[in-house]
Design a protein around this ligand. Structure first.
Ligand code: GRF
Length: 208
């Protein structure tokens, strides 16, 4: 008997889609990106999905600007369930989740943030860090809860801020590291090696 232990991963994104592509191309282990959902019909990420042969759909986010509407979130959760999705990865998805999707996928939604949380949550994190004058910034993959970038932290990577940096050169170096840690986090989750214990995400040994 062949047992298919692959985990079906969906990505939700609003823009450029470089993290989506990194998740498609990277070593995600038993996790496989099978679906892209975007709330913007003109998003570059939709072209990337077509180029990579990943199925995609444009979702209706509802009438709010910075979050999904409740019934739209419900519909989105239903779509993900119908597609047999095991894990949802937000990758530059510019809306907060508040209700039905969080409930349906509790502990199974991740996000990538371009700063070392809990510092500099929210928009333009690289600029916030740069203008604050930090010597080190970086990126964070975390599970998603109802707060703004507040869920339990899975992986982080540090990036040094150089004297000659601009916001854009710093952002580019952070992005390179995002493309490494996001697939790694998905790999660990899909291998069953992450256990959430309150605020802490424990990394279990291989084969456990
Ligand atoms: C990344 O910087 C990510 O950390 C943030 O949004 C940006 C998305 O970039 N959440 P891309 O669309 O994946 O290229």
């Amino acid at each position: 008997m062949i047992i298919d232990d692959r985990k079906r991963v969906a990505v939700m994104a609003s823009g450029r889609g470089s993290n989506f592509e990194a998740l498609c191309r990277g070593d995600t282990g038993t996790g496989k990106v099978v679906l892209l959902l975007s709330d913007r019909k003109d998003a570059r990420v939709l072209e990337r999905a077509a180029e990579l042969g990943v199925g995609s759909a444009v979702i209706d986010p509802g009438s709010y600007r910075t979050r999904m509407g409740i019934s739209e979130e419900e519909r989105c959760a239903r779509t993900l369930e119908e597609e047999g999705i095991d894990l949802v990865c937000l990758a530059g998805f510019m809306r907060m989740l508040k209700g039905p999707l969080l409930e349906a996928y509790d502990g199974r939604i991740m996000n990538i943030h371009p700063a070392l949380l809990p510092a500099f949550p929210g928009l333009e994190a690289q600029r916030q860090a740069f203008e604050y004058g930090v010597k080190y910034s970086g990126c964070t993959v975390h599970y998603v809860d109802a707060g703004m970038d507040t869920g339990p932290i899975i992986l982080q990577e540090v990036v040094e801020v150089l004297d000659e940096d601009t916001v854009s050169s710093l952002s580019a170096r952070i992005l390179e590291r995002e493309h490494v840690i996001y697939p790694r986090a998905v790999n660990l989750h899909c291998a069953g090696r992450l256990r959430v214990d309150g605020r802490k995400v424990r990394l279990l040994p291989q084969g456990s």
